[in-house]
Design a protein around this ligand. Sequence first.
Ligand code: AMP
Ligand code: GLY
Length: 424
Amino acid sequence: MKVLVLGSGGREHALCWKLARSPLCQEVLCAPGNVGIGAVARCVPVAPDDGPAVVALAREEGVGLVVVGPEAPLVAGVADALREAGIPVFGPGRGAARLEESKAFMKDIASEAGVPTAAYASFTDPEAAKAYIRKQGGRLVVKADGLAAGKGVILCDTPDEAVAAVDLMMNDRAFGASGDTVVVEEFLEGEEVSFFVLCDGTRAIPLAGAQDHKAVGDGDTGPNTGGMGAYSPAPVLTPELQQRVMAEIIEPTLATMAARGTPYSGVLFAGLMVSADGPRLLEYNVRFGDPECQVLMMRLDSDLLPALLASAQGDLSGVDLTWSAGTALVVVMAAEGYPGTPRTGTEIRGLERAAATPGVQIFHAGTRPGPDGSIVAAGGRVLGVAAGGSTVAEARERAYEAVDRIDWPEGFCRRDIAWRALER
Ligand code: AMP
Ligand code: GLY
């Protein structure tokens, strides 16, 4: 069958790369894709959040499955438009995508489902939020309710900082309408892990865990980014802990979503804090993580296509996935200036030599074709240099060997990806 992937980042490159290897896949199309994706898929200039245009493309091409990469098309209802047109789609409908779209909604669902999460209250009135902050005291986390490109969460050591965060969001409207509602929550201590499950509306099957590196600098310093590197598996997520997460967090959430008439299908990404008293839910995302997806695709031994199709068709009961026992690791190369204003248009050389490193795959995130067949930077996060290995140390060595073969003076990366796993 033909498969259409929506999106244009490193996550979508990894999805296209994996789907293209499926014996069931005749051709992968990607809308809009990027220059790296063009090596494994046919890129089509259609906007991924334009429902009617996506439906028209899928019909014209006789696509058998649409795989939605980012959250924006899901929140815009593109999966609903495809389902209404009778086209199988991997990803939740608008009602279920609210789990990522609204943090207050996510917290309400968690509370209704009895899922362990940070204590919280949500507010539309800044004065009420401030009164709550003064009453709670201590360290708190203030979150803009809506989508804010990963920037709408402020960790506050004192009530004064939390009050300032409320002013920033609600009075200065630093995140626009996303901050018109805020969630104030308990500050959780522990180690973070990303966990992914496939859902079909009622059932969930575990994929794997991964650990992301959100801060821009080595040693987790500097401002937060979309993610500077990841690896899987994450040793902190033991098999026992994973079972608890399924039983205490994922399954009650799916049951609650189904009972509300907005059953969840697609991939559910749980951001977890592993604390002394067990796993707690930090957030849900309704898509694969980026760059976590890149390492999951490197580690997945099974064919991805039948699993995504089973989710789209509402029956995961026959799906059984196998994963390599080794580790996959990805190092993100970003353009100077990121996560502020990245410098674009600079030429990247040595990609072929880097891709020839044993066990390495290079995923493009923000690239475009330059003059004379060259490749130039076109975004903040530009490349994901991924490697598999039998141990985390081996995967890391291979990934950095490939990074060092890339000639791009205007790019940078973290040099300490997977430090937690190595420290263990
Ligand atoms: P979120 O977008 O909700 O995952 O928040 C972004 C980051 O803020 C998370 O990855 C955590 O590192 C941190 N964070 C969010 N909520 C909390 C919390 N309640 N306690 C401590 N850290 C948090
Ligand atoms: N890497 C974190 C995310 O995709 O949200």
